[in-house]
Design a protein around this ligand. Structure first.
Ligand SMILES: NC(=O)c1ccc[n+]([C@@H]2O[C@H](COP(=O)([O-])OP(=O)(O)OC[C@H]3O[C@@H](n4cnc5c(N)ncnc54)[C@H](OP(=O)(O)O)[C@@H]3O)[C@@H](O)[C@H]2O)c1
Length: 248
């Protein structure tokens, strides 16, 4: 597998799954534009990989974000071949307890921002037989009591993936990965208290046949496979569970 010469944007690349994806894509030979709101945790990756990395400190849901990200990638590397929409917002809570405004906030980051980044990157993606990978969730396919808003945004991202795969074929391939539980900082920021978080983690492990949390690089290797036209040139509109068997 090689991504030599390709220019790839990875959003939410400072920590967790996005970090694993960025490292795998860099190791496969691509040049990578990494995006996150805080610059400092992105800098470490930039220092390790030097001129193969461009940094954009940017909230993906802010007005003008997508234009800026595409401009940085094309200025730095002269082209843009692929977009990995990984940045996500996860806020959990039952319907009668969660702040309804969080639905809009999650929709903005998990659905609208990926769509806008694809739209702005489209001329570049079209001219390079490009590819998009959206990081969705098993929550977009399973019922999610206590996490209904989050699950609904990931179901919307799955729908966007399948519709755009048809709309943009054969020029641009669009796929999604649906991770199962991966041990990342996200689990400390869901809005649940420590006891409920611990309870949910125990439940998730019990319903994951492989009996462990996943790792960001296990998602990253699948992203590389989907970006590689030699391996996946005939794959578009796929929603791939990489989930320790959680959806089996
Ligand atoms: N962890 C899991 O079990 C799991 C399972 C299924 C799917 N997912 C999905 O995987 C993706 C990554 O999640 P993760 O678990 O790796 O979470 P994470 O460790 O919290 O990482 C999220 C990253 O995205 C960045 N980010 C968040 N909001 C952003 C925004 N508005 N604009 C730009 N960057 C933003 C964060 O950096 P800054 O704070 O500096 O912006 C952070 O580096 C998400 O889409 C999530 O829904 C996760």
């Amino acid at each position: 597998m090689t991504l030599d010469g390709k220019s790839v944007v990875v959003t939410g690349a400072a920590t967790g799954i996005g970090r694993g994806i960025a490292e795998c894509v860099l190791k496969a030979g691509a040049r990578v534009t990494i995006v996150g709101r805080r610059e400092e945790p992105l800098r470490d990756l930039a220092e390790r990989y030097g001129s193969a990395v461009a940094v954009v400190a940017q909230d993906v849901a802010a007005p003008g974000a997508a234009e800026r990200i595409v401009a940085v990638a094309t200025d730095a590397f002269g082209r843009l071949d692929a977009v990995v929409n990984n940045a996500g917002l996860a806020r959990f809570g039952r319907l009668d307890a969660i702040d309804p405004a969080l639905f809009e906030a999650m929709f903005a980051v998990n659905v609208r921002a990926p769509a806008e980044l694809i739209r702005c990157a489209l001329p570049q993606l079209r001219s390079h037989c490009g590819s998009v990978v959206n990081i969705s969730s098993v929550g977009g396919a399973l019922s999610m009591p206590g996490r209904a808003f989050y699950g609904a945004t990931k179901a919307a991202l799955n729908s966007l993936t399948r519709s755009l795969a048809r709309e943009l074929a054969p020029d641009v391939r669009v796929n999604a990965i649906m991770p199962g539980p991966v041990d990342t900082p996200m689990w400390n920021e869901t809005g649940l208290d420590e006891a409920d978080t611990q309870h949910m983690r125990v439940d998730l492990l019990a319903s994951t046949p492989m009996g462990r949390f996943g790792d960001g690089t296990e998602i990253g290797r699948w992203v590389c496979s989907l970006l590689d036209p030699e391996l996946s040139g005939w794959v578009t509109g796929a929603l791939i569970p990489v989930d320790g068997g959680r959806t089996a």
